[in-house]
Design a protein around this ligand. Sequence first.
Ligand SMILES: Nc1ncnc2c1ncn2[C@@H]1O[C@H](COP(=O)(O)OP(=O)(O)OP(=O)(O)O)[C@@H](O)[C@H]1O
Length: 114
Amino acid sequence: MRLYNRFKYAFMGLRWLMQKDTHFIVHLVFGGLAVILGMIVGLDRTGWLFIVSAVFLVLIAEAFNTAVEAAVDLSTDTIHPMAKAAKDAGAAGVLLSAVYAVVIGLIVFIPYLI
Ligand SMILES: Nc1ncnc2c1ncn2[C@@H]1O[C@H](COP(=O)(O)OP(=O)(O)OP(=O)(O)O)[C@@H](O)[C@H]1O
């Protein structure tokens, strides 16, 4: 696939996530709030590295989880243990990334806020 097409389809995926996946929007809003808070408290270089990494990790996990959900829904419309396992594992990935982001947020921001 040509480089141009790869970017084109990736941006189509981003647009789809922003139109159809409310969880992705919620993560985007929280990520934006973390960035605004970072600007307000004047994060140092290391703080920005961790905050930006945590924000992107959550967005990436949500994007892959949504892809798994779409693929599962396409593959079956019946109740199946493997469909449940795939969706639950995807949700677990998002949960782990969100817990990581909260822990990083607390470690980075608490010293600035006290
Ligand atoms: N085909 C299926 N077979 C068995 N269990 C399923 C199936 N589809 C969904 N589930 C179960 O229901 C849960 C919720 O599924 P659902 O498709 O509503 O995803 P979701 O996490 O609510 O995502 P969204 O709200 O973005 O659609 C899954 O985590 C899984 O445990």
